[in-house]
Design a protein around this ligand. Structure first.
Ligand code: TRP
Length: 407
């Protein structure tokens, strides 16, 4: 559940549905699933193998496999920290919008007014920074409560609740007049749109969506029981993450088309278009929607914080509570910068998803494929075919996407 919680996040809600529509509907979904199976899942297994086999934090785990790969531990932990900082800004917006929707803040508003509300929130440092701090504080409280009592317990309750919420929104959205166009946008296959950037986008999206390359899966796997099977953990996580992304698509796009609006990705979709559309259906639906976004974001942000905390506890000998406080303080600083300066936000997003995550994923695949003793790797990944994917296919594909994305 915790791994599913880490995987299911803003990536599923505000990026996936739009990417599907932009890049050829069902054709893109097929490519996405193939990328997941052939590249992202093997990397998931490699990352989980490192965690489960060494039972250490990201830095200690990599160092114990090959002392030379220490630097990859540092970049992964740094990436987790950076992602936590800008993700918390968006988490803060969802808190802000949740409060507004309780008061029926969007009912009767036009799209232009909603755009102004969003711009005003971004332009008010006090509002965006304080909401970011509340989000980061909630994240810290959950992680501070411990792996089982905090992260585990939160995930076991929140993920099923989240699932029900999104299904309810999808049912409402699909029942709107004109919803059919949204369904068509999501599934009508258009193979002509499948060019190299579309395939790179599918891979990049599946990396981000499965939380790969920065030590989250590694750290969570180091807490698995010896007899737990990481192949089934990974398979279920990827399956659930994909199903959730699809349901989110069916919750969002039909409503967008029913309202006669052009779909967009990212902040403008979630914070401008949807509040207005959902408010036309009463006060409850926007509340449910922003609550769902908040839960999805929290269950992901706790996984990023845990990477850094585990490192401080294992390598620095810090007490868990002190480690949580230290990272909270540091992320509050970078998060504030992200909240007030869109440039900093963009740079953090770009560096972490296009550079550091790729770097980490490559390091994990190479370490398991080429450095770890073959028997030890096979004991965890079980299938020769998977081992082969980790050794050859995954590294080649990562380099290929990194190059395509940076060009
Ligand atoms: N997977 C999450 C999402 O889709 C985000 C996330 C959580 C993440 N942990 C991560 C992304 C680690 C990259 C790395 O929103």
């Amino acid at each position: 559940m915790a791994m599913a919680g880490s995987a299911v996040g803003l990536g599923n809600i505000w990026r996936f549905p739009y990417m599907v529509g932009e890049h050829g509907g069902a054709a893109f979904i097929i490519v996405y699933v193939i990328c997941c199976l052939l590249v992202s899942l093997p990397i998931f297994f490699a990352e989980a193998t490192i965690g489960k086999s060494t039972r250490r934090d990201t830095f200690g785990a990599l160092e114990s496999i090959s002392p030379k790969s220490k630097w990859a531990g540092y970049t992964a932990i740094l990436a987790s920290f950076i992602i936590l900082s800008f993700y918390s800004v968006v988490g803060g917006w969802s808190i802000d919008y949740l409060i507004r929707s309780f008061g029926g803040g969007f009912s009767g508003r036009s799209m232009a007014e909603a755009r102004e509300v969003f711009a005003a929130m971004g332009a008010s440092p006090v509002e965006s920074v304080s909401c970011m701090l509340v989000f980061l504080g909630l994240t810290a409280m959950i992680v501070g409560a411990g792996v089982d009592k905090g992260i585990g317990r939160f995930s076991k309750i929140s993920i099923p609740v989240l699932f029900v919420m999104v299904v309810v929104i999808a049912v409402v959205s699909l029942s709107l007049p004109g919803a059919g166009k949204g369904v068509e946008y999501l599934i009508r296959p258009d193979f002509s749109k499948l060019d190299a950037p579309a395939i790179a986008a599918a891979l990049g999206q599946s990396f981000f969506s499965l939380s790969l390359g920065v030590g989250t899966i590694l750290t969570y796997s180091s807490y698995m029981k010896e007899d737990e099977n990481l192949i089934s953990a990974g398979g279920w996580t990827a399956f659930f993450d994909t199903v959730f992304a699809l349901i989110a698509g069916f919750a969002i796009m039909p409503a967008v088309f029913a309202a006669g609006i052009e779909p967009a990705a990212g902040p403008s979709l979630v914070f401008e278009t949807l509040p207005v559309i959902f408010s036309r259906m009463g006060v409850v639906l926007p509340v449910v929607f922003f609550m769902a976004i908040l839960i999805a974001a929290l269950s992901s942000s706790i996984s990023m914080l845990e990477v850094v905390v585990a490192w401080l506890v294992d390598q620095g000998g810090m007490r868990r509570s002190h480690a949580v406080l230290a990272v909270f303080g540091a992320a509050a600083v970078l998060g504030s910068a992200c909240a007030v300066a869109p440039r900093v936000f963009g740079a953090c997003d770009f560096v972490s998803s296009n550079v550091l995550m790729m770097f980490g994923a490559l390091a994990f695949a190479l370490l398991v494929g080429w450095k770890m003793p073959r028997e030890e790797a096979l004991r965890h990944v079980r299938y020769r075919f998977v081992y082969w994917l980790i050794r050859y296919a995954a590294p080649v594909m990562i380099v290929a996407i990194a190059v395509t994305n940076l060009l």
